[in-house]
Design a protein around this ligand. Sequence first.
Ligand code: HAM
Length: 428
Amino acid sequence: MLRSMDAEPRPKRYAAPRGAQDVLPDDWPWWRHVRDTAERVCARFGYRHIETPVFEHAGVYLRSVGAGTDIVEKEVYLFEDRGGDRLALRPEGTAGVMRAYIEHGMANWPQPVRLYYTAPNFRYDRPQAGRYRQHTQFGVECVGDGEPHIDAEVIDLLVTFYGELGLRDFTLKLNSIGDQNCRPAYIERLREHYLPRLDAVCADDRVRFEKNPMRLLDCKEERCQPVIATAPRIANYLCDPCRHHFEAVQTYLTALGIDYQLDDRLVRGLDYYTRTAFEVQPAIEASQSALGGGGRYDGLIELLGGPPTPGIGFGTGFERIILNLKRQEVPLEPESPPALYIAPLIDEAVPVALRLADDVRAEGVAVIVGSAARSLKAQLRHAGQLRARNVAMIGRTELDGREVTLRDMELHSERRVSMADVPRAITH
Ligand code: HAM
């Protein structure tokens, strides 16, 4: 139960919660670059925007992400609302989009349905560089076609996106983790391999052995590496349809000129995956910090109560992308400063200044209006701090003559211009 506001001891000042960050105006050009690039690339691939709620009925995530996963066991923000509904903040994008696919009868739309989103996600993770409790993902989902060329399309979209952002030196890792036909036999073999070695592996692995054996392959502990190295390999256990699918995906990626590394230890942290799984590792980040990842989830819609429907997608985090763009010193287009600063020097000039500002803005130009309560010197200093190219000063004389004194801040020149001519004077 929440304590009332009054009972809360009042700290002197608040900081953002641990693992949550502010995006300040100076950060925004990076965020806009990522968002705009995502939108542009998606439009070219025919993916349409979808937005789902930030919270869902808890079961949407608990059922689909899977009981033995870190997300469900340790990270999902669960709460009961005032009406007693059990809800969860979105920890990842796919499950909510699938819920929407079912709810809105998208199975009756032309298939496959190609969707994308950019949205915040919440995971009670241990915060560190590139790992936050609120992060934003760009994700795509292609639902309703199980053919391998769709896998290649989705990966192509991701690689094209990174390329257009200006990211270099990333590695695409690729695996097939089989399906409900062949994976159970593989998991059996994996368990047989681990059973006599359980004393040699870490405590987490002993839990994974019970709850989520595929994740054993992903353990980063030093002492578990020899056991992983000798573990049976999923590639040898794929059934014929999964193997053919995987071979076709590789053929198409090669045809597209997309480099990839096969990695049969790549298992992903969510339970809904079948067949193709992939991750992109940046050049510098540690191995657990993938830039993006995804895969096929052919059983997920059925798990959420819909008809059997194949799907595939990826998610990639804005924060990690921006970290890597900055590390690689990818240049951004500089933000343009205001073209005009209007400095009213007396109170009567304020309404005229406000009107003039709107007239100039109507030409598509950024204008800042100063304050008559500040001296001319202070307003000029302010205009300089904002890097405004021109300052229009309006005092008594200018007001009477329906003029401004226009100062070019770079050339340090001044001239009188009629108010009607200001837009032209500053844009030419
Ligand atoms: P995921 O691998 O859990 O997959 O997350 C995708 C990406 O989100 C990661 O590669 C990373 O860039 C970013 N990310 C995840 N957790 C954090 C965090 N705590 N802090 C910062 N960034 C983070 C999914 O979420 C799947 N829904 C992807 C998908 C879509 N699969 C199929 N369709």
